[in-house]
Design a protein around this ligand. Structure first.
Ligand code: PRT
Ligand code: ZN
Length: 297
């Protein structure tokens, strides 16, 4: 197969999204061999390769056709789309991926009261997402001064260079450490699978379809656990009562021990300490909790 007949996925080289992205692609059944520069990874079993780059470059690489699809934060994708509204190649989100969750939010110094967004009129707002921020302000007819910074946005109010920030927040610890308070969300974000609005109509389009099907198989069982345990037949009801949600149960007879069974339960959520203890107290022995990687529909 010629190299450009292979599907090329842009992913973050090193950062918050790198590891979960590779894990997800592996769960989808893909494996890769690192190139010597670690920039290009060659797909081993399927004609699907990776280009490992800075996350900010991913949307442009897709728009230019250097890569066919990419995995990137919705924040980065939206910023690119806002900055390139009139570009010929528009990008779309094929799937939200459920990791790298954060939000782009306004934050003010702790001592400042906040009533509503109108208060931002005339304010100097520091951000690394100037185009997204301008769109949000324009939609609300709020005239403010957007100050573009590429890093350490959160220290701008302390330095006196901004009145507010519009930055990514996950736990809120960074804002708290800088005496800032989150007051309004501009965008909820997570990693997404991004692609051009018009997908390739050749073999690469078929590979994208296949990848989407595998992604859906993997997502369907995200967080699902398979529980395997031994118990006395008389304990099955008590164990079933303490399992989370409405799990699908299978009870298997054990050879040579008519009053003993093996119980198999598919639970839609992860199991905490207390739940595991309750299952044990209800009579479970030899308890195994296994992650479920994928379920074909
Ligand atoms: O080198 P490269 O350009 O590829 O990486 P990067 O440094 O630009 O990105 P990286 O790895 O920090 O983040 C990649 C993506 O992860 C982002 O574009 C988001 O989609 C997502 N993400 C999820 C986050 C966070 N959570 C996050 N907490 N990106 C950044 N942060 C930063 C935020 O900017 C702030 O400084 O973490 C701090 C806030 O975190 P909390 O937990 O203190 O609120
Ligand atoms: Zn970046």
């Amino acid at each position: 197969m010629k190299s450009r007949e292979r599907l090329r996925i842009a992913i973050q080289r090193s950062g918050r999204l790198s590891e979960p992205t590779l894990t997800l692609l592996e769960r989808c059944g893909l494996s890769f061999r690192d190139g010597s520069d670690k920039l290009f990874c060659f797909g081993e079993d399927e004609p699907v390769d990776l280009l490992r780059v800075r996350d900010d470059d991913i949307p442009a690489l897709i728009a230019q056709g250097v890569c066919d699809i990419g995995i990137v934060g919705r924040n980065v994708l939206e910023e690119f789309s806002c900055a390139n509204e009139n570009a010929a190649c528009k990008l779309q989100i094929l799937r939200p991926l459920g990791f790298g969750r954060c939000r782009l939010s306004f934050a003010l110094p702790l001592e400042n009261e906040y009533r509503d967004a109108a208060q931002l009129r005339g304010a100097r707002i520091a951000t690394a997402y100037p185009n997204l921020l301008r769109r949000w302000l324009n939609e609300r007819r709020i005239d403010a001064q957007v100050i573009t910074l590429t890093g350490s946005v959160e220290i701008a109010p302390k330095l006196g260079t901004a009145d507010a920030v519009c930055d990514l927040v996950q736990t809120g610890a960074t804002l708290a450490a800088n005496h800032l308070r989150e007051v309004e969300t501009v965008l909820e974000s997570e990693a997404v699978l991004a692609a051009p609005e018009e997908l390739p109509s050749d073999g690469r389009g078929d590979l994208i379809d296949l990848l989407l099907r595998r992604l859906d198989d993997v997502n369907r069982v995200r967080g699902t656990r398979l529980l395997l345990l031994h118990a006395a037949r008389g304990s099955v009801e008590a164990i079933a009562r303490v399992l989370p949600g409405t799990p699908r149960l299978t009870v298997l007879q054990m050879d040579g021990a008519p009053d003993q069974v093996m119980l198999q339960a598919l639970c839609a959520s992860e199991l905490g300490w207390r739940q595991l203890e309750a299952i044990r107290r209800a009579g479970a022995r030899e308890l195994f909790v296994l992650p479920v990687e994928c379920a074909l529909a």
